[in-house]
Design a protein around this ligand. Structure first.
Ligand code: NAD
Length: 485
């Protein structure tokens, strides 16, 4: 297979020579083959990207000052250009991070154009400003203004969808963006640059600088940046929050999770097993909101453990580009080692392994780990408390609904979750008592219309919905004098 190689960076509306001769080489997590390479951006490239975004934003006739209808037309074209590249986007993501191709087509090829259209529509549908009668005689004009130059920093696990959770509302609001993709997934980001260029996005409105964590830290602290929007690990989020706190720079943080699937005693898990797969093993266990703690009633514990064990054993494992594959490789050797470390810890702490725990015979050249289920886990065990980010579930028993809610809430995190029951009303009542930014009933799916984000160590702020647009705006009030003035 030919490799995908780039030698320029997309900064200031054009392809420019990188400042250093260093490159990022991407290798397939499925077999180690070289997939492609891009230039590694360095600090001077970040300086150039921020300067381009800054002048595009500060230009009094620039993107921020454009009529929102004109902006939305460009975003519609951007959506079309992305759509025409969707199959290649999905293929590149799958090649780089091992995401099964059917999922990459939905999440990575499909979702970004939806987000661009949603936010383009939202900004044009709402009033440009609001006139509020004052309580003290005057009145006030309240306007929403774009927050400025946005540093968008994204992880490798769902790189396209996550990038557009930031890019789409930021551009619709009138902001300009510097995107830093993770080193593992850079090739799909170059398709974004091509699509933006073909759509006629003005110079400097979107700039893309691939690099690692040091480059990300440099971008976060850059004096030309007005807002940081970060998705990634809780550890990196804390470091970024510290910098932003010192600089008084607004920041949105979408971080890790250890969400609970609460299976109530009337649930028919077997008949919703596809949905249950979607909240547990999706993307090889590498999604922040996955429900890796399954809470099962003692009255049906053995049967539920068996159902989940059968699910884990039934999943086709292999080449992520094969449409039948449900479980691909983990993204990297480092991630495989980390997941195996947690499996060893689970065993050492006395949890009962019902299936998995090993590598896959015949697939030793990739970073594959078997879907793994631990039963008889207590909520204080390491594998119940820490985010593993791999296909490893813990099944924790509970006595009654009150204890299930207590265990679900006994976590440092609060991002996703689900409740499974034959009675949607009952399940919704339980969901309301769980401290989490989002939660699903008998399924889980992020809807563009509704806010997504976490509480506790899962983050600050919200993406998606009108709330996700608001994250890229600031409000200005103009006080008008009372009529008698
Ligand atoms: P990571 O934190 O190591 O890296 C994420 C991105 O941040 C990368 O681009 C990286 O280069 C950059 N980065 C790392 N440290 C940085 C720093 N100090 N300053 C600036 N940039 C920095 O995370 P990862 O391993 O790539 O992704 C997995 C993590 O992301 C998991 O914890 C997962 O739960 C989380 N995640 C959260 C969400 C969400 O919406 N809440 C979505 C996806 C992934």
């Amino acid at each position: 297979m030919s490799t995908i190689d780039y030698s320029s960076l997309y900064i200031g509306g054009g392809w420019s020579a990188p400042s250093s001769g260093e490159t990022i080489t991407v290798r397939s997590p499925a077999d180690g083959a070289t997939v492609g390479s891009v230039p590694l951006a360095v600090e001077t490239d970040i300086d150039a990207a921020v300067a381009a975004a800054r002048s595009a934003f500060d230009d009094p006739t620039g993107w921020a000052a454009w009529d929102r209808v004109d902006r939305s037309k460009v975003l519609e074209r951007f959506a079309e250009e992305l759509e025409s590249r969707s199959p290649e986007t999905a293929r590149r993501v799958s090649l780089q991070n091992g995401m099964p191709i059917w999922l990459a087509e939905q999440f990575e090829g499909g979702f970004p154009p939806v987000l661009l259209r949603y936010y383009a529509g939202l900004t044009t549908a709402e009033p440009a400003e609001e006139m509020r009668p004052g309580m003290l005689g005057g009145s006030a004009i309240v306007t929403r203004e774009p927050v400025g130059v946005v540093a968008a920093i994204v992880p490798w696990n769902v790189p396209q969808a996550i990038s557009f959770l930031k890019i789409a509302p930021a551009l619709a609001a009138g902001c300009t963006v510097v995107l830093k993709p993770a080193e593992e997934t850079v090739l799909d980001a170059f398709l974004v640059a091509e699509a933006a260029h073909a759509a006629g996005l003005p110079a400097g409105v979107l700039n893309i600088v691939p690099g690692g964590r040091d480059l990300g830290a440099y971008l976060v602290a850059h004096p030309g940046v007005d807002k940081v929007s970060f998705t990634g690990s809780t550890g990196a989020g804390r470091a970024i929050a510290e910098t932003c706190g010192r600089l008084l720079r607004p920041v949105t943080l979408e971080l890790g999770g250890k969400s609970a699937a609460v299976v109530l005693d009337d649930a028919d898990l077997a008949s919703s097993i596809d949905n249950f797969f979607g909240v547990t093993f999706l993307n090889n266990g590498q999604i922040c909101w996955l429900n890796t703690r399954v809470l099962a009633p003692r009255s049906r514990y053995g049967e539920i453990v068996d159902t989940i064990t059968d699910l884990a054993r039934s999943l086709p494992i292999g080449d992520p580009l094969d449409p039948k594959t449900k479980i691909g490789p983990l993204v990297s050797e480092k991630q495989r080692d980390r997941v195996e470390g947690y499996i060893a810890k689970g065993r050492a702490e006395g949890a009962r392994l019902t299936t998995g725990g090993g590598r896959i015979a015949g697939l030793e050249q990739g970073w594959f780990v078997e879907p793994t289920v631990f039963a008889d886990v207590t909520n204080s065990a390491t594998i119940a408390r820490e985010e593993i980010f791999g296909p490893v579930l813990t099944v924790i028993p509970y006595e009654d609904e009150a204890e299930a809610i207590e265990i679900a809430n006994d976590s440092d995190y609060g991002l996703g979750g689900s409740v499974w029951s034959a009675d949607v009303e009952r399940a919704t009542a339980v969901a309301r008592r769980i401290r989490s930014g989002t939660i699903g009933i008998n399924h889980y799916s992020n809807d563009p219309h509704a806010p997504f984000g976490g509480v506790k160590a899962s983050g600050l702020g919200r993406e998606l919905g009108p709330e996700g647009l608001d994250a890229f705006r600031t409000y200005k009030t103009v006080y008008l004098p009372p009529a008698s003035f």
